[in-house]
Design a protein around this ligand. Structure first.
Ligand code: GDP
Ligand code: IMO
Ligand code: MG
Length: 435
């Protein structure tokens, strides 16, 4: 492992699914510790190693290396049943065998069965006005956390506490489920038994991860923080209310992992060479036509968590510029460049107009954002397959010019170019852990 940075964060710069899993897996070769710090199993991070696909939802994307420690930080909301299943599946394949390879924060909040039931029932009630959540109970779990009625991973090991804490909150939730949402009530006793069983299985992993990370950083370990979702899904800075329920950017690393902000050395922003979004909400460069369908089929744009078709559109410099500003991005990893092969001319969104006038920033209101019109600049495309490229000099001049234009528009250099889902289909120009 080279000198240089000892910690780096990987952050999605668009609406999620930028390829964070692939890039984190790649960088994990030189990291000791990989940390999820926010989100939950709404995330779906895809790793392709030797042609075999692994989709991770809660366990950090460094799990396929034998020497790494994976940490689920206190800012993550954990569905213990989903975590047990994911862990069992990885173990059956020979990964994450030793308990100390997976550490779960004592402070991480638990997603409970009624959180999922409420999330799904609300979405059904909203009909066409739905957010398009993943139905994993993310929003209701965060609501309870902030309302100070949540259950945390440390509590799962204490039967008396679990029973006492849930007795009141479950009867409240059941009244809401039955009377307001018209759904079935949660069976209290069955839920408690299941939670305690999961608590027993996971207890060996539950620890003070904040202290562990502090010591790891002090001792010079290389630590990689793995974001979930993307900046435009951030609860404060995204397209509210069509967002997730956490902060998704670099500002969440310190709070969610329990480290001092000054411990973070480098920010790697991940962006697709075009744009996708799952779920509802504004998306100015969306292509509701054959070209959108082409990007979806060539890019395999179907959700890694829910299997939903992703909405597809052109690269949007307004979005990535905002994400760069909010996150102090040091270097961009540009993914899925291969998917643009053969599209000529190739448009990029360089700005917006609203009511016929140019606007310099993204409107805060989702209604106004729906009305903006992208200003498109057409670039010359390329036609040769680039999925076999292994160095920047293997790229056609037009692909290189496209990258250079994105660098100009975003103000950040592209340090990694990805030309396919596999580990080897990557051009590494600036290694965040390099000297
Ligand atoms: P994440 O949520 O940010 O980790 O991204 P997802 O895993 O949800 O979605 C990214 C998809 O694109 C996955 O299917 C990856 O295997 C795939 N992928 C990643 N990088 C590339 C690339 O450069 N080219 C192509 N064709 N596919 C890629
Ligand atoms: P990764 O980490 C893409 C979207 C949902 C919905 C909104 C709210 O794979 O990039 P939630 O279930 O969080 O309450 O849903 O956020 N969303 C994602 N979209 N990738 C994700 O994660 C997402 N996680 C949530 O589609 O629009
Ligand atoms: Mg994903």
């Amino acid at each position: 492992m080279g000198a240089g940075s000892s910690s780096a964060a990987v952050i999605g710069l668009q609406w999620g699914d930028e390829g964070k899993g692939k890039i984190v897996d790649l960088l994990s070769a030189r990291a000791d510790v990989i940390v999820r710090f926010q989100g939950g199993n709404n995330a779906g991070h895809t790793l392709v190693v030797d042609g075999q696909e692994t989709i991770l939802h809660l366990i950090p994307s460094g799990a396929l290396y034998p020497g790494t420690t994976c940490v689920i930080g206190g800012g993550v909301v954990v569905d213990p049943g989903a975590l047990v299943k994911e862990l069992d599946e990885l173990r059956a394949r020979g990964f994450v065998r030793e308990p100390e390879r997976l550490l779960i924060s004592q402070e991480a909040h638990v997603i409970l069965p009624h959180h999922k039931a409420i999330d799904q029932a609300r979405e059904r009630q909203r009909g066409s006005g739905k957010i398009g959540t993943t139905g994993r109970g993310i929003g209701p779990a965060h609501e309870d956390k902030v309302a100070r009625i949540g259950l945390r991973m440390i509590d799962l090991c204490d039967e008396a506490y679990v029973r006492r804490a849930l007795e009141v909150s479950v009867s409240e939730k059941n009244a809401y489920l039955k009377e307001v949402l018209g759904e079935d009530a949660i069976h209290y006793e069955a839920m408690i038994e299941e939670l305690l069983e999961w608590g027993r299985k996971l207890s060996v992993h539950v620890t003070d991860t904040s202290r562990y990370l502090h010591e790891a950083l002090e001792s010079g370990s290389k630590v990689l923080f793995e974001g979930a979702q993307g900046v435009m899904l951030d609860v404060d800075h995204g397209t509210y209310p069509y967002v997730t329920s956490s902060n998704t950017g670099v500002a969440a690393v310190a709070a969610g992992a329990g480290i001092a902000p000054s411990k973070l050395d480098k920010v790697v922003g991940i962006s697709k060479a075009y744009t996708t979004r799952v779920g509802s909400g504004p998306f100015p460069t969306e292509l509701d036509d054959e070209m959108g369908e082409r990007l979806r089929s060539d890019g395999g744009e179907y959700g890694a968590t829910t299997g939903r078709a992703r909405r597809c559109g052109w690269f949007d410099a307004m979005v990535v510029r905002k994400a760069v500003r909010l996150n102090g991005v040091d270097t961009i990893a540009l993914t899925k460049l291969d998917v643009l092969t053969g599209i000529d001319p190739l448009p990029i969104c360089v700005g917006y107009t609203h009511m016929g006038k140019p606007i310099g920033s993204i409107p805060a209101s989702a209604g106004a954002y729906e009305e903006v019109v992208p200003v498109l600049e057409e670039r010359e495309g390329w036609h040769d397959d680039i999925s076999g490229a292994r160095s920047i000099s293997d790229l056609p001049a037009q692909a290189l010019a496209y990258i250079r234009r994105l660098e100009e528009l975003t103000g950040v250099d592209v340090g990694i170019v990805s030309v396919g889902p596999g580990r080897d289909q990557t051009l590494l120009l600036d290694d965040p852990f390099g000297a």
